[in-house]
Write a protein that binds this ligand. Structure first.
Ligand code: ZN
Length: 60
């Protein structure tokens, strides 16, 4: 088996985003091109979506 690095197009900017073989489901991968947080939503086939923005409400 070859150790290939998968790539998927960024849903935001269509830049090629490399996905490591050991990437886990629901892992967040930042797009190097546009900085969007991309969530791994499937591994077989490999799918990613822009992660929903999380409101960080720490109540300060
Ligand atoms: Zn992008």
């Amino acid at each position: 088996m070859e150790a290939t690095t998968n790539t998927v197009p960024c849903p935001e900017c269509e830049a090629v985003v490399p996905i490591a073989d050991d990437t886990l489901l629901n892992e967040i991968i930042p797009c190097a091109e546009c900085g969007a947080d991309l969530e791994i939503t499937g591994l077989d086939p490999l799918t990613i979506e822009v992660a929903p923005e999380i409101e960080e409400d720490w109540g300060e």
